[in-house]
Design a protein around this ligand. Structure first.
Ligand code: 5GP
Length: 352
């Protein structure tokens, strides 16, 4: 299924620190091992383990953050992650990350995001469009090359306080000219409560930012109902919905970011045959295939398309259409949507 790689694709649910190459993590771990800060062999075993429960995944993120959270490494991983998506013909990428504060290395949420922006500007394998109305593009040598649209979502971690969540939203508002288009709520779903984040999320929406929520990774029906009632622009996962919430989701037509490999690997869904993709697809519910954490779950967006095609018996044209409809759910402006539609039109001509 070479076409899964060559067809243009839209990625709307990718966490920066979950998308880091294993080779980079091992290289960083080796350096910290040599300094005696961590035990390299223990960390190597954890990084290379392929199946993890959702609970173990969050422990792994704590480890990844030890390896990656300094300004120059944040810049490096941002560049690599964007180039990796570009290499498999992702034409529009919404990359999400949690701005982090670490006083011991003089990192503020703002300086963390500045390091991310440095990484984006350092991308050299494609031209990157990252700001409203194509204001800013890192074009090399004036040549016309493959173009990737990148926009950012700032994540609120469920461990954070109302104040910290508000700080992230204010930063997102200040960074709109640098391609920040929305806010994500993520982090361990059994930690924190919805009402803690609500004031910041409401404020974000009032100020015109788009919102996506990790919703229904665990069977907390009360929270799922409250999240749906908030009317987010999109939700991620939607795994553990009971009947009434499922009905609500479908009637509200809130687009769902589907992460097949992530859901199977973390055992949130027991097997691909039981995945809710099939039901949503059949019901023509708005949905988009995404990677979630391509590094942590050893996947790629092409891999997710390949998996959906084989597991649910979808042909090349249907997969192409699925990729193209994702344009409707992006958080960037209508101008970008038009340009993406033109890219898909050219690709459709080649398809037949
Ligand atoms: P970062 O925001 O540090 O760039 O990316 C990693 C973070 O994204 C994790 O610490 C976690 O907060 C969030 N994340 C990554 N994958 C998942 C997931 O599958 N579910 C949830 N709820 N959060 C995730």
């Amino acid at each position: 299924m070479e076409w899964c790689v060559s067809m243009p694709k839209v990625e709307l649910h990718a966490h920066l620190n979950g998308s880091v190459r294993d080779s980079t993590l091992l290289e960083l771990a080796r350096v910290l091992g040599e300094k005696g800060i961590i035990a390299f062999s223990d960390v190597e075993t954890v990084i290379m383990k392929s199946d993890r429960t959702l609970h173990e995944v969050f422990k792994l993120f704590d480890l990844i953050h030890i390896l990656t959270t300094d300004h120059s490494t944040v810049t490096r991983i941002t560049k690599e992650v964007i180039e990796d998506f570009a290499s498999e013909n992702v034409v529009y990428l919404e990359l999400r990350t949690t701005p982090k504060r670490n006083d011991s290395i003089r990192m503020s949420k703002r300086s963390y995001m500045e390091a991310v922006m440095e990484g984006l500007k350092a991308v050299s394998s494609v031209d990157v469009d990252y700001a409203p109305a194509g204001l800013k593009t890192n074009t090399f040598n004036g040549t016309t090359r493959k173009k990737l649209y990148v926009r950012f979502l700032l994540s609120i971690d469920r461990r954070e306080s109302t104040e910290a969540a508000m700080e992230t939203v204010k930063l997102a508002l200040e960074m709109r000219d640098s391609g920040v288009v929305g806010i994500d709520l993520s982090g361990n779903p059994i930690v924190g409560s919805w009402t803690t984040f609500l004031p910041a999320l409401k404020y974000a929406r009032e100020q015109g930012l788009c919102i996506t929520l990790h919703c229904g990774e665990v069977p907390n029906q009360e929270e799922i109902t409250a999240m749906l009632d908030f009317l987010p622009h999109r939700i991620g996962h939607a795994c553990c919905f009971e009947k009434e919430n499922w009905r609500k989701l479908k009637s509200l037509k809130i687009p769902v970011e589907i992460c097949l490999t992530s859901n199977i690997r973390t055992e949130t869904i027991s097997s691909i045959d039981n995945h809710h993709f099939a039901d949503l697809y059949k019901a023509k519910h708005p949905l988009v295939l995404c990677t979630d954490d391509s590094g942590v779950f050893s996947t790629s967006l092409s891999g997710e398309y390949r998996l959906a095609s084989s597991a649910f018996g979808l042909r090349k044209t249907e997969m192409f259409q699925l990729a193209e409809t994702a344009i409707d759910f992006i958080f960037a402006d209508d101008g970008v949507k038009e340009e993406l539609r033109a890219i898909f039109e050219v690709a459709t001509e080649k398809l037949h």
